[in-house]
Design a protein around this ligand. Structure first.
Ligand code: CAA
Length: 386
């Protein structure tokens, strides 16, 4: 590959409400350290009925669209497992909200939490074939398991948006990637369910198995030595999950390098610990967390990425840090989104959780007046989302 292709910009959005995980643990008669250390979460985003996958994606993508790339973007790839329609793609709603040209090809992608990575790789190939084009890739979801379920401390939600282009400002994507796919029932959501069904322990085992398989396969394909990686970032359904996977391969490297990978992992989970699971966007929030918080990243260093989508599909690939990458990150906006949120007491969170727009054909008005985001869902009228 002669032309460098990769991530040129990154946007992130999560709604303004959260619950404190120690308080949630006490309300569920659990030891707070189970959620804080055992699961590895400090706060969890609470998604109001005025935000869905489309509005959250618009709020994230709006940060990275300007007059220059508005003309260059010719493809939107929208990864989600929280789709709002079985037929019409979320990407078309987004094209309209962002006022992107009507000539932009717009498609929704689905394979659980893996779909944003599928978008990134398809976008890379698209840019390699059309060097002047740019692709907007989205991962936007609401992670819902239900109150009083084992999955409850691993909920969350939000959106990631990236621009894939030639000569990227943040990370170039290395050639090659390793996939592993198997038809398993670890986590799924049948059409009649608004909350995910999950075999929690089995899903965590499968995640580690898929990581080891794809990591080993990638090494075989490319002769990559683990010592060449400055950091490995993971899909983080809960942050302890990534730590378990990382620990599974630490014996393959020296103690000094293992300690470095563990140190970088701590930077890569800082944001996810504050938000919870984003499903499709989680890996890219973790990447953003590493890029913003790590003190030792330099141009030319390599970062490994492990993407996992239940059902299941895993992929491992590698990116290279670009010079001055920090200048291309919207650090003040990201910091503001995370620091200016409002805590909800547990009964208020439970009420908000139960106030989702019903899956019926009746008109509905959301609580949008309490939502100060630029893009929000005001309700449903004549069977159309407003
Ligand atoms: N102090 C410190 N740690 C404690 C503790 C305490 N007081 N009490 C318990 N712990 C630890 C436990 O030892 C355990 O650690 P290990 O996993 O390292 O053994 C951890 O806290 C969790 O405890 P349990 O296993 O007892 O927790 P649980 O059975 O209640 O549920 C879960 C955990 C299975 C992850 C559940 O939250 C769940 O089902 N989550 C949803 C599924 C999920 O996220 N799967 C991940 C892989 S699938 C995927 O990645 C796709 C996706 O996005 C969903």
């Amino acid at each position: 590959m002669n032309v460098k292709v990769g991530i040129d910009r990154i946007g992130f959005y999560t709604p303004k409400w959260y619950v404190d995980m120690a308080k949630l643990a006490r309300a569920r008669n659990e030891d707070p350290n189970k959620y804080l250390i055992g699961i590895g979460q400090r706060k969890q985003a609470v998604i109001p009925n005025s935000q869905d996958a489309v509005t959250m994606a618009a709020n994230a993508a709006d940060q990275i669209i300007d007059d220059d790339n508005r003309q260059k973007i010719d493809l939107i790839l929208f990864g989600t497992e929280s789709g709002i329609d079985n037929s019409k793609s979320a990407a078309i709603y987004l094209q309209h909200l962002l006022k992107l040209p009507n000539t932009v090809q717009s498609v929704e992608l689905k394979q659980a939490c893996y779909a944003m990575t599928a978008g990134v790789q398809l976008a890379k190939d698209h840019v390699l074939a059309h060097a002047d084009s740019q692709v907007l890739v989205i991962g936007a979801d609401i992670a819902r398991y239900g109150l009083h379920t084992p999955g409850e401390p691993t909920q969350g939600g939000g959106a990631m948006a990236v621009i894939i282009s030639a000569n990227p400002a943040i990370l170039s994507i290395e050639e090659g990637s390793a996939h592993y796919v198997a038809d398993i029932m670890d986590f799924w959501r049948p059409l009649y369910e608004t909350q995910a069904l999950v075999d929690g322990k089995y899903s965590s085992q499968q995640y580690i198995d898929f990581f080891q398989r794809t990591f080993t396969q990638y090494q075989k394909q490319t002769n990559l030595k683990i010592s060449e990686l400055q950091a490995i970032v993971f899909h983080l359904p809960y942050t302890k999950m990534g730590l378990k996977a990382l620990r599974a391969i630490l014996s393959k490297t020296s103690e000094i390098h293992a300690n470095q990978l563990l140190r970088e992992f701590e930077y890569s989970r800082m944001f996810n610990r504050e938000v919870g699971n984003l499903y499709t966007g989680s890996l890219y929030l973790s990447l953003l967390s590493l890029l913003i918080n790590s003190e030792s990243l330099n141009a030319g260093q390599k970062i490994g990425l492990f993407s996992y989508g239940s059902g299941a599909e895993g992929e491992f690939y590698v990116t290279t840090v670009q010079p001055n990458f920090k200048d291309a990150l919207n650090i003040p906006i990201i910091t503001k989104i995370l620091s200016q949120r409002e805590e909800l007491e547990i009964p208020v969170y439970e009420k908000m959780f139960a106030s989702q727009m019903p899956l019926t054909n009746t008109d509905f008005e959301t609580d949008y007046q309490a939502d100060d985001a630029k893009f929000y869902l005001s309700g449903q009228k004549n069977q159309q989302r407003q």
